[in-house]
Design a binder for this molecule. Structure first.
Ligand SMILES: Cc1cc2nc3c(=O)[nH]c(=O)nc-3n(C[C@H](O)[C@H](O)[C@H](O)COP(=O)(O)OP(=O)(O)OC[C@H]3O[C@@H](n4cnc5c(N)ncnc54)[C@H](O)[C@@H]3O)c2cc1C
Ligand code: FES
Length: 375
């Protein structure tokens, strides 16, 4: 990339000159908890510098769309190349950054949220698979099962990139919607909402695609249950249910004994799904498990007796109630797992931090698409 630099000649006349390339100063980049310190040129993103030095910062899209390379700034000065919808101003203020969209401007220390052992270092696999089943979960959410040519290992909460060979080569990210249980799986499950005007979801929803081939690359992502004794707060909107379901199913299999509160936001009753799976989880969960669906656009006068409003209002109510309670768990005691539309996650993040939840204990996967990342 060219840069304009102000240069003074032998007669003191100043002029702008175009130089190829960016400044070449280097800084020290320390990646925790890997404990590696490397040189990072001001020309490289933190991600490129790390990968060049063999430091495995996870990544997928390399353009600020997927959130795989999310880190926290511990110290130092950085320059952000493109403001990505994956990180809100509040999250930026809390130190979150995307390594693929950030350059060092001084010696810098960053921390990888997924490098604390929560996510195993699964090899990234690029394989093909066949859609072997498709079932409507709601009017606009389809569950598909994809049988892979080569089995894939992943951690509950992660996602894969799906492309359609010969039709749509640019992949789209979809969270695994089932617990990996143990070892590798060759049958993957995804919940895919039909996005109006969407290339992948339109292709999938417009015809019966059972038998069609997909290219599957993964696993990717940092969203996974951390090892802790804190109560868990899950907040999901729409197909944000998919990774939460996978995480909770896996936690049950692993014998996790932590209280769960789960707020699930949808528009109307016709958008609610996985309710039976939640009832089963609640029945089998060894300690308290509270599942609260909430509808933001359910018409008045229907038989719906449950919560109404935005999912963020439920979080606020919970925070206010717990502030008033002398005893019992407070919102600030929780570790939070947020998944779904970027706007919902940004608001939920702000409210949680406002009620004293440690930003280090808020994990999120934003379902960004081209509406959020183009333009
Ligand atoms: C980590 C992660 C996990 C995800 N998990 C899931 C999941 O489990 N389930 C799920 O349903 N979704 C999930 N998503 C969202 C998913 O990846 C897709 O973005 C979504 O399905 C839309 O893909 P599409 O090809 O149908 O639409 P796209 O073709 O990508 O278009 C999306 C929207 O943008 C508009 N658009 C297209 N091009 C432009 C442009 N140039 N400028 C402006 N607008 C444009 C389209 O009209 C459409 O409304 C996840 C996203 C991420 C990042
Ligand atoms: S690799 Fe950085 S956001 Fe996708």
């Amino acid at each position: 990339m060219d840069r304009l630099v102000l240069v003074s000649d032998a007669f003191g006349i100043c002029m702008w000159k175009r130089f190829s390339g960016l400044p070449t100063q280097s800084h020290k980049l320390t990646v925790r908890p890997l404990g590696r310190t490397i040189e990072a040129s001001e020309r490289s993103t933190l991600l490129d510098a790390a990968l060049d030095a063999g430091v495995p910062i996870p990544f997928s899209c390399n353009v600020g769309d997927c959130g795989s390379c999310i880190c926290r700034l511990i110290s130092g000065e950085v320059e952000e190349l493109n403001a990505s919808a994956v990180i809100s101003p509040a999250q930026r203020q809390a130190g979150f950054l995307l390594a693929c969209q950030t350059r060092a401007r001084s010696d810098v220390t960053v921390e990888l949220p997924g490098a604390d052992g929560a996510i195993e270092n699964h090899p990234t696999l690029k394989t093909e698979g066949t859609i072997v089943a498709a079932e409507h979960l709601t009017h606009d959410i389809l569950e598909i099962q994809v049988e892979l040519d080569t089995p894939m290992a992943y951690t509950a909460g992660q996602y894969a990139e799906l492309a359609i060979p010969g039709v749509l080569e640019e992949g789209r990210n979809y969270s695994f919607a089932a617990a990996p249980a143990k070892g590798e799986r060759n049958l993957l499950v995804f919940h895919i909402r039909h996005v109006p005007g969407g290339a992948f979801s339109g292709w999938l929803h417009n015809e019966n695609r059972v038998g069609a081939k997909l290219r599957v690359t993964g696993p990717h992502g940092q969203f996974a249950l951390r090892s802790s004794t804190s109560p868990i707060l899950c907040v999901a909107g729409g197909t944000g249910m998919a990774p939460i379901l996978s995480v909770l199913e896996q936690a049950l299999l692993d014998g996790v004994q932590r209280e769960v509160t789960y707020f699930f936001g949808c528009r109307q009753q016709r958008d609610l799904y996985a309710i039976e799976a939640m009832e089963r989880l609640a029945a089998d969960w060894p300690v308290k498990f509270r599942f609260e669906p909430v509808l933001s656009e359910e018409p008045m006068g229907t038989e719906w007796q449950g919560n109404r409003g935005f999912v963020t209002q439920l979080i606020r109510d919970e925070g206010e109630m717990q502030v008033m309670r002398a005893k019992g768990k407070k919102l600030s005691d929780h570790e939070a797992y947020l998944c779904g539309p970027p706007g919902m996650i940004d608001s939920a993040f702000d409210i949680l931090v406002g009620f004293g939840v440690d930003p280090n204990k808020i994990f999120f996967d934003k379902f960004v698409d081209k509406r959020h990342t183009t333009g």
